[in-house]
Ligand binder design. Structure first.
Ligand SMILES: Nc1ncnc2c1ncn2[C@@H]1O[C@H](COP(=O)(O)OP(=O)(O)OP(=O)(O)O)[C@@H](O)[C@H]1O
Length: 449
């Protein structure tokens, strides 16, 4: 959600500096009027929620025009005057324009009025949010926090370059969405975006997955197969969980990055790769290099431009905003009007979301399934179980829930408990890593943005 906007047209320097020093003024996005230009035109262009206007002339043309302007009903006005009777101002007051403060000004009173208006503006955003999302969006990413806006600026700058980008961030922070957004804003946007999970590649098939193979290259190679380098030709190749790629395979990837050349398995001729590489990991690269699971030379090739994906707990206000966003999409999908209670929003705002946006998205999905109309805190299942829950295997297993919903919850909870480690998750759930990936892939596709 963007901050509510405040327009200020105040010429008296003392009054202006008093107003600007108020905390309640600084929480708005500020627009200060330009001297010599009609302030009503400026206000109309800026589309502000609140306007602080000093009236110091009985011949203020803009004030006169305001009487018949639609802005009068869209903006909350606070007028400041020296107290000289002004029929136009009286007329505006009769039309419900807002507050009129006369000198000497009581700054404390002004502060509390602005505070109140600010709360009302935010409340009106809240009331509409179960059907609509109020967060800012950039490419495929949603979020209005300072951390997200700084990420948007970085993406915009680096997308235009040819640099390989390396995204580091906790599981569920949206690294794949960041990669896709980089692609969308790059000159390769018309080309394909191909994502591959390096942790899910089987050592036997990895060469073929990356570089492709020709018919007859090995038993079972019944026809030519394009590797991801070829599939992503002219576009972007996203190497997710790149630190999980088998160590000996990393040197092959390094060679392609250095020379641009690769050879499909069983082929005679080399091919030239024309792809931009974006990679990601939820490990700290320095630790992965120290532990000798990730080659340092490969890291430097891949990380021409490193980007940190911010944790959800570092994006002030975004957790509640995203919860509303996901709920609004779900409501729209099913024609429902489910709402988050204010206690639920409080719980969402307080919780630290160690599984980041993915955990939040799935918590809302589960709550949506469980709740009738209002989502209460008990519907929001997070991962901080109490001790009793740990000892009781049936704790929290609901009755009457669809089996595939329960399966989904079990998978996502286990994934979370294992900090996103899919190998451990698959082992604990007694399924193959491939099955796990297929199921996660399915959830992503039936999910909402
Ligand atoms: N800023 C965001 N706006 C909207 N949805 C988001 C955002 N960030 C993440 N998501 C959603 O959260 C889920 C996880 O995102 P994604 O797969 O991109 O995370 P990740 O960091 O790549 O996770 P992992 O490290 O486990 O692969 C996806 O469903 C994605 O759509």
């Amino acid at each position: 959600m963007s901050s509510p906007k405040l327009f200020m047209h105040v010429q008296d320097p003392l009054l202006a500096s008093n107003l600007l020093s108020l905390k309640s003024v600084r929480q708005y996005e500020l627009n200060i009027s330009q001297q010599g230009e009609n302030w009503l035109d400026q206000l109309t262009n800026a589309q502000c929620d609140v306007a602080l206007i000093e009236v110091n002339s009985l011949h203020d043309i803009a004030l006169k025009a305001l009487v018949d302007s639609p802005i009068l009903y869209k903006t909350e006005f606070l007028f400041f005057s020296r107290g000289t009777p002004d029929p136009i101002l009286d007329c505006l007051m009769r039309k419900g324009a807002g507050f009129h403060y006369r000198a000497p000004f009581n700054i404390k009173l002004i502060q509390s009025s602005l505070e109140e208006v600010f709360c009302e503006l935010n409340r009106s955003h809240e009331n509409i949010c179960t059907q609509t999302s109020y967060l800012d969006q950039f490419g495929l990413l949603v979020g209005s926090s300072t951390a997200m806006h700084s990420l948007y600026r970085t993406i915009r700058k680096v997308a235009a370059t040819k640099a390989n980008v390396f995204i580091v961030g906790e599981s569920g922070t949206g690294k794949e969405l960041i990669a896709n957004t980089l692609h969308v804003f790059s000159q390769r946007a018309e080309g394909p975006f191909v994502a591959i999970n390096c942790g899910a590649l089987s050592p036997e098939l990895i060469d073929s997955e990356l570089f492709g193979h020709v018919k007859g290259a090995f038993t079972g190679a019944h026809k030519d197969h394009q590797g991801v380098f070829e599939q992503a030709e002219g576009g972007t190749l996203f190497l997710d969980e790149v630190t999980e790629m088998p160590y000996e395979q990393q040197v092959k990837l390094l060679r392609v990055l250095e020379s641009g050349e690769y050879k499909p398995v069983g082929a005679q001729q080399v091919k030239m790769a024309n792809v931009r590489i974006i990679s990601a990991t939820n490990r700290t690269p320095k630790d992965a290099i120290r532990d000798e699971i990730f080659r340092e030379d490969l890291y430097f090739r891949l990380a021409q431009f490193p980007i940190m994906a911010p944790r959800l707990r570092d994006r002030e206000g975004d957790a509640c905003g995203l919860a509303q966003h996901f709920l609004a999409y779900r409501n729209t999908q099913d024609g429902q009007r489910k709402q988050l209670s204010s206690q639920s929003l409080e719980k969402i705002g307080r919780y630290t979301w160690p599984g980041n946006v993915r955990e939040l998205k799935h918590a809302i999905e589960r709550a949506y399934i469980l709740a009738d109309d209002i989502i209460h805190p008990e519907h929001l299942i997070t991962h901080d179980f109490n001790d009793q829950a740990k000892h009781d295997a049936t704790y929290g297993v609901p009755t009457g829930m669809r089996l595939d919903d329960m399966e989904k919850i079990a998978i996502l909870k286990t994934l979370k408990k294992n900090d996103g480690n899919k190998t451990d998750t698959a082992n604990q759930l007694g399924i193959s890593i491939k099955t796990l990936y297929n199921k996660l892939d399915k959830y992503e596709h039936v999910d909402f943005l």
